[in-house]
Write a protein that binds this ligand. Structure first.
Ligand SMILES: Nc1ncnc2c1ncn2[C@@H]1O[C@H](COP(=O)(O)OP(=O)(O)O)[C@@H](O)[C@H]1O
Ligand SMILES: [Mg+2]
Length: 396
């Protein structure tokens, strides 16, 4: 079996754009080798990303060619130059995370991951190139785990799809990927050369980090490795054409989440919270995190908002419902809706039969479709506002 040192020794032959060996350019992450699979990333200044793409490809080829290596994943991640970002909020806002929104959906340029020369520069907050043929990427996030983030992400995606949009669902929750279970998916996606074909479930294109790693795999992916995986799931999956890609983010507001929010070209974020105070504090952190990286907060959803008794239909406000609505108002972000704590939601989720797809006429499905409509409005409102405001970088 190959070791990280074997790989590194081979990489000394690959040259950086300035001619130095790439191993001496100070850009390589730690090299992780697990069972013949190699994961690593190259982090460069955003402005130099284009020059580095051929180097990334050469590094990946070289790693794959190392005896004992069965597969390799090398991601190029762009970093903002220290001090390059002006302070405050008076920066140009890109209308969507994807260079112009829906009008571009369907115009896939497979293989071109960078903006064409001559286009205006991308939003300085988001140097990450958009995904060709994907209208907008939105994140579903929560300050902590277990609040129903994945259940919401899946049913939100289905609710958006029910209105006729082409929707993808990307499970980026490296700590507990649950989309395969939620969507009743088993097995692995097909890989053609470098590109992965997303799996299909209930009309959605679905990709999960859970398809790439075994459930028992120890959590060795940290820091840049997480970025590599996310980057691959964005760039090396045949998502296009899509109107919206819904990303189930890892819970929490630590460095990993912050970096991810910066790495993924997000058009907006939906924050899921339960009504309890503690969760709301976490939700506040989540909102602050996205605001810090200038990702618009599309709104807050209160999950397990109230209890609907499956026998008598009586509603009980177990957790003192309404906290998230007030908090959203206080923070000036939209409130997108409330989902009851309901047995049928848990049962359908755990059975891989998401309620919006399998019981479209139920009140619960209606609630999720309402939230999907609110998310669309919020996304459209952001675009509308952004269009009217000065100093906008319009693309395309
Ligand atoms: N509104 C709800 N009513 C009942 N059960 C729910 C609801 N939302 C989520 N659940 C259940 O709670 C558990 C955690 O939900 P999940 O979506 O996996 O949370 P997270 O992704 O935040 O960890 C799952 O068993 C799920 O079925
Ligand atoms: Mg989850």
């Amino acid at each position: 079996m190959a070791t990280a040192d074997d790989v590194k020794a081979r990489l000394a032959q690959v040259s950086a754009p300035d001619g130095r060996p790439v191993t001496e350019a100070g850009v390589l992450s730690e090299i992780l080798v697990s069972d013949g699979k190699v994961y690593m990333s190259i982090t460069v200044d955003a402005g130099e990303a284009q020059a580095w793409e051929p180097v990334r490809a050469a590094v990946e080829r070289t790693v794959r060619g190392t005896p004992g290596v069965t597969s390799a994943l090398v991601a190029l991640t762009a970093e903002r130059k220290a001090g390059a970002a002006p302070a405050g909020g008076a920066q140009p806002v890109r209308v969507s995370g994807q260079g112009g929104g829906h009008s571009h959906a369907g115009h896939a340029h497979a293989g071109h991951s960078h903006a064409a020369p001559g286009q205006p520069p991308a939003d300085p907050q988001k140097e990450t190139p958009g995904l060709p043929g994907v209208g907008a990427i939105i994140a579903v996030a929560s300050g902590k785990g277990g609040v129903g983030k994945s259940t919401l992400a899946a049913n939100l995606a289905l609710g958006l799809a029910a209105s006729g949009l082409r929707i993808g669902l990307l499970d980026a929750d490296i700590y507990g990927p649950s989309v395969p279970r939620l969507m009743g998916l088993k097995g692995r996606p097909e890989v053609n050369g470098r590109m992965i074909t997303p799996m299909q479930a209930f009309g959605l294109k679905v990709m999960s980090i859970g398809f790439l790693v075994e459930e028992e795999t120890p959590m060795i992916w940290r820091g840049p490795m997480v970025m590599s995986a996310i980057s691959q799931m964005l760039k090396e999956v045949n998502w296009a054409p899509l109107d919206i890609l819904v990303v189930d983010m890892p819970p929490g507001t630590g460095d990993a989440q912050l970096t991810m929010a910066q790495q993924v070209p997000l058009a907006g974020a939906v924050i899921v919270s339960t009504p309890q105070d503690l969760a709301l504090i976490d939700a506040r952190r989540g909102i602050a995190m996205f605001q810090k990286v200038n990702v618009p907060v599309l709104g807050v959803v209160e999950n397990m908002s109230y209890f609907m008794c499956p026998h008598c239909g009586t509603r009980s406000d177990v957790f003192g419902h309404g906290g998230a609505r007030h908090e959203a108002q206080r923070l000036g972000v939209p409130f997108l809706g409330e989902v009851p704590l309901q047995m049928s939601i848990r049962e359908t989720s755990d059975a891989g039969l998401p309620v919006v797809a399998t019981r479209p006429d139920s009140p619960e499905a209606g609630i999720y479709r309402g939230i999907a409509a609110a998310v669309r409005d919020s996304l459209a409102g952001r675009r509308g506002t952004a269009r009217a405001a000065p100093r906008i970088v319009m693309e395309g």
